[in-house]
Design a protein. Structure first.
Length: 113
């Protein structure tokens, strides 16, 4: 999902199969997140993670590749003190980091009105 798609189309609640609901309920309880898989503060595609068979790791995180482009922890500092794009597993691009911060601010202003 492109950044602009995510901004223009916030996730809408949808009907889910019972297996997804069970899986997400377990993930939310174990990781201490909202019980609503469509909470706009997640910035994460739980349905794709579920379809891929993703499970929580030892630090109670799911794979970064399912993060939305606006995820607050998309850009991280590595052990070598370089900044990395955790979603796309590459060194961060300064322009992407700047654009992401402005776009996330715009999105959050809209969802928290």
């Amino acid at each position: 999902m492109a950044i602009l798609d995510f901004i223009s189309k916030p996730m809408e609640p949808s009907e889910d199969d019972p297996e997804f609901q069970d899986w997400y309920s377990d993930v939310s309880k174990r990781s201490g997140i909202s019980p609503d898989p469509d909470d706009p503060r997640h910035y994460y595609d739980y349905r794709s993670a579920y379809r891929a068979g993703a499970e929580l790791d030892e630090s109670k995180h799911l794979p970064s590749k399912f993060k939305h482009d606006l995820h607050p922890d998309r850009f991280i500092v590595g052990k070598d003190l370089e900044i990395y794009d955790s979603k796309y597993r590459k060194k961060a691009n300064l322009e992407d980091m700047i654009m992401q911060s402005f776009q996330r601010k715009e999105y959050e202003e809209r969802i928290f009105e």
